[in-house]
Design a protein around this ligand. Structure first.
Ligand code: AMP
Length: 218
């Protein structure tokens, strides 16, 4: 299966993408995770992109396409992949189309997680991540067993810089402007699956798995 996961920042894409990748045994490729790993590792690429992530702006297409599409090759021969957070612009979507065509492959579906802006702003204020192992939590919905501490490795949890309110607003505006047109792009090609992203992560996952049954059969 080859899936693209779309949705505004804070829609729960990362959590659901991991669950779907696990269920179908496909490689989870998250552009945001790739970039954060580069920044944490102080690599040359990390240095080039840090300012974009800190301000909530999109990393330029050329850098993004190189960083993400390059990894899809590694998943060749496996059961497929799931792209989380990519493409986010028309140019990225076209680069993905080209890479698929070169490999003689097709997208199975594009999942669009729909969540209202007001709910997103509330959700993001409570989001916490572990700076060591990357596990994510929410003060209300997915609290750690011990407040402020990672269940898996005991590290003190942090709020991601780009989850701070000013940056969240910037990220939502960027999403609206650059990424919303892609929803129509994929809808026109009959690939779009709209999933209601409200409710608990378990409820959303159940809904999503039900909708994906059709893709499996198709
Ligand atoms: P995410 O974790 O998907 O919300 O991504 C975090 C940040 O990484 C975004 O706010 C952007 O700065 C950058 N980023 C992630 N994916 C992309 C993409 N496909 N195109 C451009 N920038 C991206």
């Amino acid at each position: 299966m080859r899936l693209v996961f779309m949705g505004p920042p804070g829609a729960g894409k990362g959590t659901q993408a991991k669950a779907v990748a696990e269920k179908y045994g496909v490689t989870h490729v998250s552009s945001g995770d790739i970039f954060r790993t580069e920044i944490a590792g102080n690599t040359e690429l990390g240095g080039q992109i840090k300012a974009y992530l800190d301000s909530g702006a999109l990393v330029p297409d050329e850098i993004t396409v190189k960083a993400v599409v390059g990894r899809l090759g590694a998943a060749r021969g496996a059961d497929g992949w799931l792209l989380d957070g990519f493409p986010r612009t028309q140019a990225q979507a076209e680069a993905l189309d080209e890479a698929l065509e070169d490999d003689g492959e097709k997208l199975s579906a594009v999942i669009y997680l729909e969540v209202d802006t007001e709910i997103i702003v509330k959700r993001m204020a409570g989001r916490r991540v572990c700076p060591n192992c990357g596990r994510s939590y929410h003060t209300e919905h997915i609290p750690p067993k011990v407040e402020g501490t990672c269940d898996a490795c005991g590290t003190r949890l942090i709020t991601r810089d780009d989850d701070k309110p000013e940056t969240v607003r910037q990220r939502l505006a960027t999403y609206q402007q650059a990424t919303t047109p892609l929803i129509e792009y994929y809808d026109r090609r009959g690939l779009l699956i709209r999933t209601d992203g409200t409710g608990t992560p378990d409820q959303v996952r159940a809904r999503l798995f039900e909708q994906l049954k059709e893709v499996e059969c198709g």
